[in-house]
Ligand binder design. Structure first.
Ligand SMILES: Nc1ncnc2c1ncn2[C@@H]1O[C@H](COP(=O)(O)OP(=O)(O)OP(=O)(O)O)[C@@H](O)[C@H]1O
Ligand SMILES: [Mg+2]
Length: 247
């Protein structure tokens, strides 16, 4: 079982779009996949039309007894793909993680306990650099980081790499890819070229800026279901195939 996190501490860069489309792709390729929506905004749960039970919550017990989390697993409409939908209690996940006292390894241990039914666990993460983020850096085998090729996003990625260096986290886990790329913009082209020279691990395939991705919110479905032959859908497929080589 592998854990893949879609993470950036910059908001609105395409983490959720990637988590949803890559989870769907992985499931279609035969991986028994579990998508965990860790963002209280609940966007990936929304796209997959999955809601939590009204009573279910992330509590201290969730980390102590893995059975609690197992009861929160929901089937999606697609084969091989299950979900743990977001809940409002995720707003307090950082405090909860602090209370468990066991620092950055608690999420990793929890995921290990629920891993036997899955080949892949994908985490859709909120945009923050917090105790949860530090847990993710330990728990994930790979951390997919969408980067819009602009100076501000480049700076955010530089800061993340620096954080990994300072804290001695495994930098080989970081797999950045360009997101929302507008090929007509010179700034995007230039930033992408410069970043590729500095960071050799940036994935070759990028996700273009496309209204088809935005339309996922209208269809409430992965892009493949309503825009199969289109550029953005082909880009997610190519990205998935490249990520698969790193698993
Ligand atoms: N490739 C793309 N082309 C055009 N729009 C996109 C693309 N990817 C995402 N979007 C749109 O940008 C917005 C933010 O995308 P998304 O929710 O995937 O980002 P996020 O990083 O998960 O955001 P947050 O930090 O709030 O969780 C959404 O409205 C989404 O539809
Ligand atoms: Mg998101």
């Amino acid at each position: 079982m592998k854990v893949l996190a879609c993470y950036s501490f910059k908001g609105g860069v395409g983490k959720t779009a990637a988590a949803v489309n890559l989870a769907y792709r992985a499931a279609q390729s035969g991986y028994r996949t579990l998508l965990i929506d860790l963002d209280p905004q609940g966007a990936s749960s929304f796209y997959f039309r999955v809601r939590p039970d009204s009573g279910s919550k992330w509590t201290k017990q969730t980390f102590e007894e893995s059975d609690v989390l197992l009861t929160q697993i929901r089937e999606s409409d697609y084969s091989n793909l299950d979900l743990i939908p977001a809940q409002r209690s995720l707003r307090h996940l950082d405090i909860l993680l602090k209370q468990t006292g066991s620092r950055e390894t608690v999420l990793r241990r929890l995921l290990k306990k629920i891993s036997h039914d899955y080949d892949l666990i994908l985490l859709d993460c909120p945009p923050s650099i917090s105790r949860l983020a530090e847990n993710l850096f330990i728990a994930a085998d790979l951390i997919l980081v969408p980067v819009i090729p602009t100076p501000l996003s480049e700076r955010t990625y530089d800061q993340l790499v620096q954080f990994f260096k300072d804290k001695d986290y495994d930098r080989k886990k970081l797999l950045p890819f360009f997101s929302m790329v507008d090929a007509r913009k010179q700034l995007h082209q230039k930033t992408a070229v410069a970043m590729r020279q500095r960071y050799k691990r940036i994935l070759r395939h990028a996700i273009p800026y496309s209204t088809d991705v935005e339309r996922m919110g209208v269809h409430r479905a992965p892009i493949d279901l309503f825009a199969r032959g289109r550029q953005a859908n082909r880009a997610y497929l190519a990205l998935w195939e490249e990520i698969e080589q790193h698993l």
